[in-house]
Write a protein that binds this ligand. Structure first.
Ligand code: AMP
Length: 192
């Protein structure tokens, strides 16, 4: 089973993906993680995307589609969780084509719904917690970049809700509920 977790920054996609990895042996494909890795290891591509990411803007479709293609071609898994990808209609079309070419299907798209002011306080909290624990704070976890990331979500990514609804793949969970409750809601959807 291959699924997309859809939602704005701070919705809890990464956290819920981790639960699915631990409990179902699925593999999480997070383009954000892949890009941060490229950035910190200083590859040419990493240098190219660093500033764009820090500002909270989207990197090009070509780059992220290339990253996902490479993973799909080299990683074997009972199921993939796409986390932070696709973020544009072009990426969504490309994912559909890639999966079809490999004889795979996309089974569900689950949106984590969270109110905007809760997102902002979650992200600001994440940055403060990391700083207090002496851990690195994400360069884009500041209020200005966050505003840009939210704008990018509503402008570029939110149309995917209608796109996948029309394909009959879309469902949503209440991302404001507790972590365990969200986890249970996702499990119920995957098992239904
Ligand atoms: P995330 O960890 O998913 O919040 O992603 C962090 C940043 O990486 C985003 O703000 C973008 O700059 C970039 N990024 C991650 N995934 C994508 C994507 N699918 N398309 C474009 N940019 C992305």
């Amino acid at each position: 089973m291959n699924i997309i977790l859809l939602g704005p920054p701070g919705a809890g996609k990464g956290t819920q993906a981790q639960f699915l990895v631990a409990e179902r042996g699925m593999v999480q494909l997070s383009t954000g993680d892949m890009l941060r890795e490229a950035k910190s290891s200083g590859t040419e591509m990493g240098k190219q995307v660093a500033e764009v990411m820090d500002r909270g803007e989207l990197v090009t479709d070509e780059i992220v589609i290339g990253l996902i293609r490479e993973k799909l071609e080299t990683v074997d898994a009972p199921g993939f969780i796409f986390d932070g990808f696709p973020r544009t209609l072009k990426q969504a079309d490309a994912l559909g084509d890639l999966l079809a070419d490999m004889g795979k299907t996309l089974d569900r798209v689950i949106e984590l719904r969270v109110e905007d002011d809760v997102l902002v306080s979650r992200i600001v909290g994440r940055a403060e917690e990391a700083a207090a624990a002496g851990k690195p704070v994400r360069a884009d976890d500041n209020e200005e970049s966050l505003r840009t990331r939210l704008a990018a979500y509503y402008k570029m990514t939110s149309p995917l809700v209608g796109y996948y609804y029309a394909k009959g793949m879309y469902s949503r969970v209440d991302g404001m509920a507790s972590m365990d409750e969200v986890k249970a809601q996702i499990a119920a959807q995957l098992d239904s």
